[in-house]
Design a protein around this ligand. Structure first.
Ligand code: PLP
Length: 381
């Protein structure tokens, strides 16, 4: 076995695709501590800057005092606490749906819902830029998979399919590009071809829309237009965990059939209490979204000489092409005290390696200036 693993890893290294991890010692924030050094970082998903909020720490402590640490069982045994039940109700209200169901992670939520709803007689239509967890979920479901990269292809594939049930699944905001799915068109096609729609709004919830309700709010979509909504608590909400929101019937179906819900330990209740607090803060503190938008506008204005792509979200990639260049630029920035991760295949298509810059409401203009000055120096060298 080890001979095989060695050759696998050597190949990965030769392709400049080898991954390594940085050990952070303090909190997640615009400046982070690594090996005793402070770095300016532009790669967290903590868009609203809540990951180390004092109020969340207190909520976590109070939750731990009340419920202890571990949930000690799965939801269907004795792991489902009043904390879980309350958060589910609050998420249902937040998303304006009949019910919501908690999952331990977004990855598991996607696996759970898609495998519960689809089988070998069904078809799933999945955007080529969709998150890995959606791709894995579609494979595991055994449904016929059609991948699309534009609305025309989606329409053609839908028209040709004679599957029993059809599901269109898309990220609300694409995690590696920062662009927003064309939900109005997707919804129109779904109506024409009698398909179901699921949106994974991991990067949209808390961030976009007038009150931060995500991509659906941005487009003013009705609940019946997108009957399956997935969201996570590990990004804008700064904590951990995920949910599916939808109708009573959908949620009851998931409780019966979603294997990644049933066969796993329920989230630690103290974390659930933390998410409840975070949901309140994220809803009330509109200034975080406003500040984030200001910073996005500022970044795009200042970085106009760089190869930006069309994105109005906190995800602002700079496409560099081959993985070697992306890696070199990322390393050069690191030497200047700035961390922006290079994203390479297989996470993104070949030839589109990039720096994935993400902004948080807690960044400031000086920090963005420093990033852009360094980027210009490094890229034009
Ligand atoms: C992060 C992410 C997930 C996974 O969520 P986790 O809670 O981190 O497992 C799923 N979908 C998208 C689009 C994501 O960006």
């Amino acid at each position: 076995m080890h001979e095989f693993l060695k050759s696998l890893l050597q190949q990965r290294q030769q392709d400049n695709l080898y991954r390594t991890r940085q050990v952070r010692s303090g909190v997640q924030a615009p400046t982070i501590l690594i090996n005793g050094q402070t770095y300016l970082a532009f790669c967290s998903n903590d868009y609203l800057g809540l990951a180390s909020d004092e109020r969340l720490k207190i909520a976590c402590q109070l939750g731990a005092e009340r419920y202890g640490i571990g949930s000690g069982a799965s939801h269907l045994i004795t792991g489902h606490t009043l904390a879980h039940q309350s958060l589910e109700q609050e998420v249902a209200i937040y998303t304006q749906r009949e019910r919501a169901l908690l999952f331990s992670t977004g990855y598991m939520a996607n696996l759970g819902v898609i495998t519960a709803l689809l089988g070998r007689h069904d078809a799933v239509f999945s955007d080529k830029l969709n998150h890995a967890s959606l791709i894995d979920a579609t494979k595991l479901s055994q449904a016929k998979i059609y991948r699309y990269s534009d609305m025309q292809t989606l329409a053609l594939r839908l028209a040709k399919s004679s599957a029993r049930h059809k599901l269109i699944v898309t990220d609300g905001i694409f995690s590696m590009d920062g662009n927003i799915a064309n939900l109005p068109k997707i919804i129109e096609l779904a109506k024409t071809y009698n398909a179901w729609v699921m949106v994974d709004d991991a990067h949209g919830l808390g961030v976009v829309g007038k009150t931060g309700r995500g991509t659906l709010e941005l487009y003013d979509c009705g609940v019946e237009d997108v009957p399956i909504l997935m969201g996570t608590f590990g990004k804008a909400f700064g904590v951990f965990g995920a949910f599916i929101a939808g109708s009573e019937l959908l949620i009851e179906t998931l409780i019966q059939f979603a294997r990644s819900y049933i066969y796993t330990t329920a989230l630690p209740p103290a974390l659930v209490e933390t998410v409840r607090e975070s949901l309140i803060i994220a809803t009330e503190e509109n200034w975080r979204r406003q500040r984030l938008q200001e910073l996005i506008t500022y970044f795009r204005k200042q970085a106009s000489s760089l190869p930006l792509i069309e994105s109005s979200t906190p995800i602002q990639p700079i496409i560099l092409g081959d993985s070697t260049t992306a890696l070199e630029v990322s390393k050069a920035l690191y030497q200047r005290g700035i961390i922006v991760t290079a994203i390479r295949p297989p996470t993104v298509p070949n030839g589109t390696s990039r720096l994935r810059i993400t902004l948080s409401a807690l960044h400031n203009e000086n920090q963005i200036d420093k990033l852009i000055t360094s980027l210009v120096e490094v890229i034009h060298n």
